[in-house]
Ligand binder design. Sequence first.
Ligand SMILES: C[S@@+](CC[C@H](N)C(=O)[O-])C[C@H]1O[C@@H](n2cnc3c(N)ncnc32)[C@H](O)[C@@H]1O
Length: 280
Amino acid sequence: MTAIKNVTGTAFIVAEFRAEENHEPMPLYRDPIVGLFLNDETRRAATAACAANPSAKEAVKLRTRYLDDVLEARIAEGCRQVVILGAGLDTRAIRKRAPGVAYFELDDGATLDFKKARFDEHGLDADVTFIPANYVAEDWIGLLEAHQFDSGLPTHFIWEGNTMYLPLVEVMRVLVRLREHVPQSTVALDYLSEKVITKSTGDPALCALVEYFARLNAPWITGIEDVHALADGLGLAVRENVSTADLHRKHWPDRAITSSFFQFYSLCTLAPRSGAVPGA
Ligand SMILES: C[S@@+](CC[C@H](N)C(=O)[O-])C[C@H]1O[C@@H](n2cnc3c(N)ncnc32)[C@H](O)[C@@H]1O
């Protein structure tokens, strides 16, 4: 479980970044729940991450909005289940609850126990099934099915803040399993350009960010250069692919883009291609 353990702490940094948007007069989203997870220690960790490169914080806010928008659209299309892989301190099961839509979250047991304890303390009735699991090492589809997940229903997967921490082969394995076992699914995920990982963006501030996460023992190891080629090779279709620079221009047209990070950090929504060969 080493891979999970070192990455787990980053969920608190993300939660801090996400929470900050609540103070904006015109926020991209509202997350009234995330504050329950934060304290002086998480604030210090987020301040240190911001010192490494402040654009990471803005990128987290943009990705939150994108993933919220895709989720809402999928629910409107009739999706009945939402699975959040490596959920960390994601609060969508409460923020985006909808009649007839079941939420499932997978993460390590300690993270999910912490989250449940906070919800219980605050009397929050989160209608979500927590499944402690390492989705790299365990049969996570089997675990979902053991918890009333129905692979035959239209399902949306959210895989946020995870792909960069995994070997590419594991990223591909997760996507193939999803395609094989949940045919009526979509998955929305974020990914870095390989140039960030190989420190070849030409921007020293991005190298500083990579080095910061390496020092945290949660190194960014995987980037994706051509998501269309990757998806194609896995029998998936790209429904949408946007850089955080695109999102920045869309949501903050009056703000200057002050870092190249936005150009090298993207989000996409993939779905099994109709006619994809199971197991291929
Ligand atoms: C950077 S955090 C992102 C959390 C959340 N998705 C978000 O964006 O707010 C990464 C999360 O993924 C979880 N994670 C990483 N690898 C995992 C694995 N193999 N199985 C289950 N959870 C994993 C970590 O424990 C951590 O909570």
